[in-house]
Write a protein that binds this ligand. Sequence first.
Ligand code: AKG
Length: 264
Amino acid sequence: MLTTRTHEKREMTTSTSKETDSGVISQIERDGFATLPDVFDPVEVDAITTELTQALVIGRPGVLEQAGRIYAARNILQLWPKVADVWRRPPLPEILREVLGPDFGLVRVLFFDKPPEQSWSLPWHKDLTIAVRNNRLPSRQFEHPTTKSGVPHVEASQAVLEGMLTARIHLDDVTEENGPMKVIPGSHLTGKVSSIDESKCRTVLAQRGDVLLIRPLVEHNSVPSRSGSLQHRRILHLEFANSPDLPDGYEWHDYVPGCTPPNS
Ligand SMILES: O=C(O)CCC(=O)C(=O)O
Protein backbone atom coordinates (compact mmCIF):
# COMPACT_ATOMS: atom_id res chain seq x y z
CA MET A 1 0.00 0.00 0.00
CA LEU A 2 2.85 2.37 0.80
CA THR A 3 4.44 2.16 -2.63
CA THR A 4 1.51 2.39 -5.02
CA ARG A 5 -0.19 5.72 -4.50
CA THR A 6 0.42 8.42 -7.12
CA HIS A 7 0.15 12.05 -6.23
CA GLU A 8 -2.28 13.09 -8.94
CA LYS A 9 -2.98 16.51 -7.43
CA ARG A 10 0.70 17.37 -7.38
CA GLU A 11 1.31 16.12 -10.93
CA MET A 12 -1.53 18.32 -12.24
CA THR A 13 0.06 21.44 -10.77
CA THR A 14 3.69 20.95 -11.75
CA SER A 15 4.61 24.60 -12.27
CA THR A 16 3.01 25.70 -8.99
CA SER A 17 4.79 22.82 -7.26
CA LYS A 18 8.17 23.98 -8.63
CA GLU A 19 7.54 27.47 -7.25
CA THR A 20 6.54 25.97 -3.89
CA ASP A 21 9.68 23.83 -3.83
CA SER A 22 11.93 26.82 -4.49
CA GLY A 23 10.18 28.71 -1.65
CA VAL A 24 10.88 25.76 0.65
CA ILE A 25 14.53 25.67 -0.41
CA SER A 26 15.00 29.40 0.29
CA GLN A 27 13.31 28.97 3.66
CA ILE A 28 15.71 26.12 4.56
CA GLU A 29 18.66 28.34 3.59
CA ARG A 30 17.39 31.29 5.65
CA ASP A 31 15.74 29.68 8.70
CA GLY A 32 17.30 26.21 8.62
CA PHE A 33 13.89 24.51 8.43
CA ALA A 34 10.60 24.37 6.51
CA THR A 35 7.41 22.34 6.77
CA LEU A 36 6.01 20.45 3.76
CA PRO A 37 2.26 19.97 4.28
CA ASP A 38 0.34 16.78 3.37
CA VAL A 39 3.23 14.73 1.98
CA PHE A 40 1.53 11.56 3.23
CA ASP A 41 -2.24 11.10 3.22
CA PRO A 42 -4.09 9.60 6.22
CA VAL A 43 -4.15 6.10 4.69
CA GLU A 44 -0.39 6.19 4.15
CA VAL A 45 0.23 7.53 7.66
CA ASP A 46 -1.89 4.71 9.10
CA ALA A 47 0.03 2.12 7.06
CA ILE A 48 3.43 3.48 8.18
CA THR A 49 2.31 3.68 11.81
CA THR A 50 0.93 0.12 11.82
CA GLU A 51 3.99 -1.47 10.21
CA LEU A 52 6.45 0.52 12.30
CA THR A 53 4.58 -0.28 15.52
CA GLN A 54 4.73 -4.01 14.66
CA ALA A 55 8.53 -3.73 14.22
CA LEU A 56 9.09 -1.91 17.54
CA VAL A 57 8.96 -4.73 20.03
CA ILE A 58 10.19 -4.06 23.57
CA GLY A 59 13.45 -5.94 24.11
CA ARG A 60 14.77 -5.52 20.55
CA PRO A 61 18.07 -3.56 20.47
CA GLY A 62 17.36 0.14 19.99
CA VAL A 63 13.79 0.13 21.31
CA LEU A 64 13.68 2.49 24.31
CA GLU A 65 10.87 2.10 26.85
CA GLN A 66 9.81 3.32 30.25
CA ALA A 67 7.14 1.54 32.29
CA GLY A 68 6.21 -0.58 29.28
CA ARG A 69 5.69 2.40 26.94
CA ILE A 70 8.00 2.97 23.97
CA TYR A 71 9.14 6.60 23.89
CA ALA A 72 11.88 6.35 21.24
CA ALA A 73 13.78 3.92 19.07
CA ARG A 74 17.15 3.89 17.32
CA ASN A 75 18.40 1.61 14.51
CA ILE A 76 15.11 1.84 12.58
CA LEU A 77 16.92 0.88 9.35
CA GLN A 78 17.63 -2.49 10.98
CA LEU A 79 14.33 -2.84 12.90
CA TRP A 80 12.13 -1.89 9.92
CA PRO A 81 14.17 -2.06 6.66
CA LYS A 82 11.22 -0.76 4.64
CA VAL A 83 11.93 2.70 6.05
CA ALA A 84 14.75 2.93 3.46
CA ASP A 85 12.07 3.67 0.83
CA VAL A 86 9.06 4.96 2.77
CA TRP A 87 10.23 8.58 2.49
CA ARG A 88 10.25 8.51 -1.36
CA ARG A 89 7.08 10.59 -1.80
CA PRO A 90 6.85 13.77 -3.88
CA PRO A 91 8.16 16.35 -3.26
CA LEU A 92 10.67 14.92 -0.75
CA PRO A 93 13.20 13.25 -3.13
CA GLU A 94 13.24 16.30 -5.41
CA ILE A 95 13.77 18.77 -2.56
CA LEU A 96 16.44 16.62 -0.87
CA ARG A 97 18.29 16.35 -4.18
CA GLU A 98 18.02 20.09 -4.73
CA VAL A 99 19.33 20.93 -1.25
CA LEU A 100 21.96 18.17 -0.82
CA GLY A 101 22.96 17.33 -4.39
CA PRO A 102 22.78 14.13 -6.47
CA ASP A 103 24.86 11.93 -4.15
CA PHE A 104 22.57 12.39 -1.17
CA GLY A 105 21.67 9.39 0.97
CA LEU A 106 19.81 8.29 4.08
CA VAL A 107 22.25 7.74 6.97
CA ARG A 108 20.21 7.23 10.16
CA VAL A 109 16.58 6.83 11.20
CA LEU A 110 15.15 7.36 14.69
CA PHE A 111 11.62 7.21 16.09
CA PHE A 112 10.19 9.46 18.80
CA ASP A 113 6.93 9.24 20.73
CA LYS A 114 5.60 11.10 23.75
CA PRO A 115 3.26 8.44 25.11
CA PRO A 116 0.58 9.26 27.69
CA GLU A 117 2.15 9.35 31.19
CA GLN A 118 5.66 8.89 29.78
CA SER A 119 6.33 12.19 28.08
CA TRP A 120 9.79 13.79 28.11
CA SER A 121 11.61 17.03 27.38
CA LEU A 122 14.99 18.12 26.06
CA PRO A 123 16.92 21.39 26.61
CA TRP A 124 18.20 23.59 23.76
CA HIS A 125 20.77 21.79 21.63
CA LYS A 126 22.01 21.16 18.10
CA ASP A 127 22.30 17.63 16.69
CA LEU A 128 26.02 16.94 16.48
CA THR A 129 26.40 13.15 16.46
CA ILE A 130 26.38 10.75 13.55
CA ALA A 131 26.43 6.93 13.39
CA VAL A 132 29.65 5.46 11.92
CA ARG A 133 31.21 2.01 11.46
CA ASN A 134 34.33 2.73 13.54
CA ASN A 135 34.44 5.74 15.88
CA ARG A 136 38.03 5.17 17.09
CA LEU A 137 40.04 6.23 14.01
CA PRO A 138 42.47 9.12 14.66
CA SER A 139 40.99 12.36 13.29
CA ARG A 140 40.68 16.10 13.95
CA GLN A 141 37.23 16.16 12.33
CA PHE A 142 35.53 13.71 14.70
CA GLU A 143 35.50 13.63 18.50
CA HIS A 144 33.68 12.29 21.58
CA PRO A 145 33.07 8.67 20.50
CA THR A 146 30.06 7.00 22.13
CA THR A 147 28.02 3.85 21.57
CA LYS A 148 24.23 4.15 21.33
CA SER A 149 22.18 0.93 21.30
CA GLY A 150 25.25 -0.99 20.09
CA VAL A 151 26.08 1.44 17.26
CA PRO A 152 29.29 3.56 17.28
CA HIS A 153 28.60 7.30 17.16
CA VAL A 154 30.85 10.33 17.02
CA GLU A 155 30.52 14.10 17.09
CA ALA A 156 31.01 15.31 13.52
CA SER A 157 32.78 18.39 12.17
CA GLN A 158 30.79 21.48 11.19
CA ALA A 159 31.51 20.73 7.51
CA VAL A 160 29.90 17.28 7.74
CA LEU A 161 26.89 18.60 9.68
CA GLU A 162 26.37 21.46 7.21
CA GLY A 163 25.96 18.80 4.52
CA MET A 164 23.04 17.16 6.31
CA LEU A 165 19.26 17.62 6.40
CA THR A 166 16.69 15.79 8.54
CA ALA A 167 13.14 14.93 7.45
CA ARG A 168 10.67 14.43 10.32
CA ILE A 169 7.52 12.63 9.19
CA HIS A 170 4.65 13.46 11.55
CA LEU A 171 2.56 10.39 12.32
CA ASP A 172 0.28 12.35 14.70
CA ASP A 173 -0.92 15.95 14.76
CA VAL A 174 1.41 18.05 16.93
CA THR A 175 -0.34 20.65 19.06
CA GLU A 176 0.59 22.66 22.16
CA GLU A 177 -0.79 19.70 24.11
CA ASN A 178 1.45 16.80 23.07
CA GLY A 179 4.96 18.16 23.47
CA PRO A 180 6.03 20.10 20.38
CA MET A 181 9.59 20.88 19.42
CA LYS A 182 10.73 24.53 19.51
CA VAL A 183 13.27 25.97 17.09
CA ILE A 184 15.30 29.15 16.64
CA PRO A 185 15.21 30.31 13.00
CA GLY A 186 18.63 31.08 11.52
CA SER A 187 20.55 29.43 14.38
CA HIS A 188 22.17 26.94 11.98
CA LEU A 189 24.20 29.85 10.59
CA THR A 190 26.42 29.93 13.70
CA GLY A 191 27.59 26.37 13.01
CA LYS A 192 28.29 24.25 16.09
CA VAL A 193 28.40 27.36 18.29
CA SER A 194 25.29 27.67 20.45
CA SER A 195 22.99 30.60 19.54
CA ILE A 196 19.94 30.69 21.79
CA ASP A 197 17.86 33.84 21.35
CA GLU A 198 14.54 32.78 22.90
CA SER A 199 12.81 35.94 21.63
CA LYS A 200 13.01 34.37 18.13
CA CYS A 201 11.81 30.92 19.22
CA ARG A 202 9.05 29.23 17.16
CA THR A 203 6.91 26.23 18.07
CA VAL A 204 6.68 23.51 15.40
CA LEU A 205 3.01 22.55 15.14
CA ALA A 206 2.01 20.09 12.42
CA GLN A 207 -0.68 17.82 11.07
CA ARG A 208 -0.16 14.11 10.58
CA GLY A 209 1.35 13.55 7.14
CA ASP A 210 3.32 16.82 7.22
CA VAL A 211 7.11 16.65 6.99
CA LEU A 212 9.49 19.05 8.72
CA LEU A 213 12.83 19.48 6.95
CA ILE A 214 15.45 20.78 9.36
CA ARG A 215 19.20 21.29 9.42
CA PRO A 216 20.87 19.47 12.36
CA LEU A 217 22.62 22.71 13.34
CA VAL A 218 19.31 24.49 14.08
CA GLU A 219 19.03 25.10 17.83
CA HIS A 220 15.98 23.17 19.11
CA ASN A 221 14.41 21.92 22.32
CA SER A 222 11.42 19.76 23.19
CA VAL A 223 8.74 20.44 25.78
CA PRO A 224 6.78 17.77 27.67
CA SER A 225 3.15 16.97 26.88
CA ARG A 226 0.58 18.70 29.10
CA SER A 227 -0.10 16.82 32.26
CA GLY A 228 -2.92 14.28 31.77
CA SER A 229 -2.70 14.35 27.96
CA LEU A 230 -3.79 11.09 26.35
CA GLN A 231 -2.28 11.97 22.97
CA HIS A 232 0.74 10.29 21.41
CA ARG A 233 3.25 12.34 19.38
CA ARG A 234 4.92 9.89 16.99
CA ILE A 235 7.61 11.09 14.58
CA LEU A 236 9.81 9.20 12.14
CA HIS A 237 13.11 11.12 12.04
CA LEU A 238 15.27 10.49 8.94
CA GLU A 239 18.75 11.97 8.58
CA PHE A 240 20.21 12.56 5.10
CA ALA A 241 23.77 13.49 4.09
CA ASN A 242 25.15 14.99 0.90
CA SER A 243 27.86 12.38 0.26
CA PRO A 244 28.55 8.67 0.83
CA ASP A 245 32.10 9.63 1.86
CA LEU A 246 33.41 10.95 5.16
CA PRO A 247 36.91 12.37 5.81
CA ASP A 248 39.83 10.59 7.52
CA GLY A 249 38.72 7.05 6.59
CA TYR A 250 35.48 7.30 8.56
CA GLU A 251 32.41 5.54 7.09
CA TRP A 252 28.71 6.09 7.68
CA HIS A 253 27.18 3.22 9.62
CA ASP A 254 24.48 3.09 6.91
CA TYR A 255 24.16 4.89 3.59
CA VAL A 256 21.08 4.33 1.44
CA PRO A 257 21.53 6.21 -1.87
CA GLY A 258 18.75 8.77 -2.39
CA CYS A 259 18.79 8.73 -6.18
CA THR A 260 18.23 5.36 -7.77
CA PRO A 261 20.73 4.72 -10.61
CA PRO A 262 19.27 4.56 -14.15
CA ASN A 263 17.97 1.08 -15.20
CA SER A 264 17.89 -0.14 -11.62
O1 AKG B 1 11.30 15.04 18.85
C1 AKG B 1 11.57 16.00 19.57
O2 AKG B 1 10.71 16.68 20.11
C2 AKG B 1 13.01 16.40 19.81
C3 AKG B 1 13.99 15.50 19.21
C4 AKG B 1 15.37 16.08 19.29
O3 AKG B 1 15.62 17.02 19.95
C5 AKG B 1 16.43 15.55 18.50
O4 AKG B 1 16.20 14.74 17.61
O5 AKG B 1 17.58 15.96 18.72
